[in-house]
Design a protein around this ligand. Sequence first.
Ligand code: S3P
Length: 438
Amino acid sequence: MEIHTASKGLRGEIQIPGDKSISHRSVMFGALAKGTTEISHFLQGADCLSTIGCFQEMGIEIENTKEKIIVHGKGLHGLTAPSRTLDVGNSGTTTRLISGILSGQAFASTLSGDASLNSRPMNRIMEPLKMMGADIQSKYLNGCAPLLINTQLPTGKRPALTGIHYHSQVASAQVKSALLLAGLYAEGTTTVTEPNLSRNHTELMLNEFGAQVTTSLNPDNSAVISISPCEELYGHAIVVPGDISSAAYFIAAGLLVPNSELLIQNVGINPTRAGILKVCEAMGANITYLNPHTGNGEPTSDLLIKTSSLHGTTIEGALISTLIDEIPMIAVMAAFAEGTTIIKDAAELKVKETDRIWTTTEGLKSLGADVTPTEDGMIIHGGNPIHGGVVNSYLDHRIAMAFAIAGLAAEGTTTILDSQCVDVSYPDFFQTLEKIQG
Ligand code: S3P
């Protein structure tokens, strides 16, 4: 895909597709609930379609009318054994959350994805799930998918899981959610302590479906989340808010491209996700919040974005988990900003769809930015002229989109290689980009 300088500025009102994390969870919990779950504004991206495919393969009827997803849940014990390997595609969320669910089922299953997914670390969920008594192994004993679950369990026997108190080293919603979901099938309470509260969509939505999940925050910022087993979950109507991780590209575009004014409607601004808005504020961004609203426990707002002169900032500590997926975009903004931006405490970037410390800094260098990768982040000295160039997405959707936005504000033409990977989370990304260029 070739991107040209947006010399006329960006204008218009845009609707952002549904939140990826919430879309995944609505299908998963709907499948485990009794009754019907109707999901509006579901993200029709490849990752969420992988989740739908997995549950269809386990006997759940899911209608996809594009307008709505209707999940005909069969209750906590209603899944049936898949007849083939569950294909999780590129999706870490599908893999890790479903592993928690599958650990509690009375049947064996195998999960496998694409090359990127099958090289991502799964010990972070396998170890604590095993502590709960789960039978989960890495097929090639390398800590990665394919994962074999309940393959040693006698046929038809329900696994005996026990609640544990797990102290997670990373603030990871995927780890936390895998354990809470296994906790639905365990004897006693399952508790996860994380260094700071990671995205809490699982907790909010499970409670809406009738589970009992509690959260408490300690003075040192760590979060303690507990679940007790429940008899059943019950289907619920879900309206998925716009994904702030997808909105991030258009927030950055509106800020960076001269003469721009964009209204981005209905963006989820859950505080466990909205770190990018804090960073934008710290960088001097002109953003107005309009029409605040809350649905299914998730706060949303329209965001009015106007071109701004940005300056550097430091991003670290508990803020990182609230913006981890937005770091490639933030790094691009930093390259256009005055002064230095330091990103640290973000070693998790290395285990995303690509090693995003490497892919982000490589991309920035090819456009002329002054950037140095570090062990747990990067240092960007803004102010170098940013010019067009060729950026390899390495099939990482967030790298493709962040550098497409860089291309709008750069001098000359920018080519994004393998740009179709945006389908993972934002199939209409390039159409929306075109629309706002008038
Ligand atoms: C997600 C959690 C985050 C995030 C991912 C989606 C989720 O991963 O990066 O894109 O939906 O739970 P970690 O939990 O590994 O930080």
